[in-house]
Design a protein around this ligand. Structure first.
Ligand code: 13P
Length: 354
């Protein structure tokens, strides 16, 4: 495996007490989330929302990087500065989602393959010139009694590895995101089995494509029961199963694991991360967050598309970021949560980027 000089960027992304803000929803996905709150989705309202998030006072203490969507990286702040430059000025690394979505996988009913490899080298060159330093690609794995198929798992692992190799060649830190969905009624045990198989395939493919494990981040799901499973799991159970699965399948050379939130409510996503970091025993990687909904939902709700609520939206983001920053070093407490302005359960909406 070749080194690409990316260790300092990886190190900054998982610096102690910091994690990543995923704000890379596609236009249709963000529009659905705005619609649910009666907010009009226009290029301007999406820009204003993203600017509000990234400029939340103090958030950079806990947010090391922001993942943007193509539309956002081309947008400017209200003062006319490109948003990527605004982020860099605040000490936040600009990142970019480079997959083009999960599409139906031929021959595998009910399953998807994430696309976007064609032309990726050229797109990376362009994003690099705009200031992006890291990238994200999300593979989606559906769980039923019979899914996922090995054809789907292997095809997605292969695409993730090809993406990661191209990123490193172009001096981007790849975030490798294989998401086992929490949709469905499967048990936590089944989620653990499927997540293990998926991680095994992903690291096999990364090895085969020559990806430098020291210069990437893994963005996995936590091990959780399906949303409709009749037996939900305690915070301790989730933490134990998740850490066991990661220890079995993620090489120690990987510098950081940054979880997706996957539809968990904001408080639980924080509690789970904290519990994982507090478990005893070896954790050879940094364990932090790269949350979308669990960081944004309270802020979106507080903002509600209105200029006069901007400071409330920013406060809500700051609180969730600071809670997750604490959880990333196992120092989140109930008192911190009680002090949060968004202590009520936020709405949460499905990601479903496709
Ligand atoms: P969630 O935290 O909302 O799952 O989003 C993370 C993400 O980046 C999905 O690709």
């Amino acid at each position: 495996m070749m080194s690409h000089g990316l260790e300092s960027v990886v190190g900054a992304l998982v610096a102690d007490g910091k994690g990543i803000l995923a704000a890379d929803e596609t236009v249709p996905t963000l529009t659905r989330r705005f619609d649910a709150l009666g907010i009009q989705s226009t290029e301007q309202s999406r820009r204003a929302y993203r600017e509000m998030l990234v400029t939340s006072p103090g958030a950079a203490e806990f947010i090391s990087g922001v993942i943007m969507f193509d539309e956002t990286i081309r947008q400017e702040s209200s003062r006319g500065t490109p948003l990527a430059q605004v982020e860099a000025g605040l000490g936040i690394l600009p990142g970019i989602k480079v997959d083009t979505g999960a599409k139906r996988l031929a021959g595998c009913p009910g399953e998807t393959i994430t696309e976007g490899l064609d032309g990726l080298r050229d797109r990376l060159t362009e994003y690099r010139a705009m200031g992006a330093r890291f990238a994200k690609w999300r593979a989606v794995i559906h769980v039923t009694e019979v899914l996922p198929s090995s054809a789907c798992v292997r095809a997605n692992a292969h695409a993730l590895a090809r993406y990661a190799a191209l990123c490193q060649e172009q001096e981007f830190v790849p975030i490798v995101e294989p998401e086992v969905l929490m949709d469905g009624s499967h048990t936590i045990e089944r989620c653990e089995d499927v997540t293990g198989v998926v991680l095994h395939e992903v690291f096999d493919a990364l090895f085969e494509q020559g990806v430098a494990l020291e210069e990437m981040l893994l963005k996995p799901n936590m091990v959780l029961p399906g949303k409709d499973c009749t037996r939900q799991a305690s915070v301790e159970e989730v933490a134990t199963a998740t850490l066991r699965c990661l220890r079995r399948h993620v090489p120690a050379a990987v510098p950081g694991i940054v979880f997706l939130s996957g539809g968990q409510n904001a408080r639980l996503a924080t509690a789970h991360l904290n519990a994982i970091n507090r478990l005893p025993g070896p954790k050879p990687w940094k364990v932090s967050f790269s949350y979308g909904r669990a960081l944004q939902d309270p802020a979106l709700e507080a903002w509600h598309g209105r200029d006069e609520n901007l400071a409330d939206g920013q406060r809500a983001l700051y609180w969730r970021a600071s809670s997750n920053g604490a959880a990333s070093i196992g120092k989140y407490t109930d008192e911190m949560e009680a002090a949060s302005p968004s202590a009520d359960d936020p709405h949460h909406h499905d990601w479903r980027d496709d």
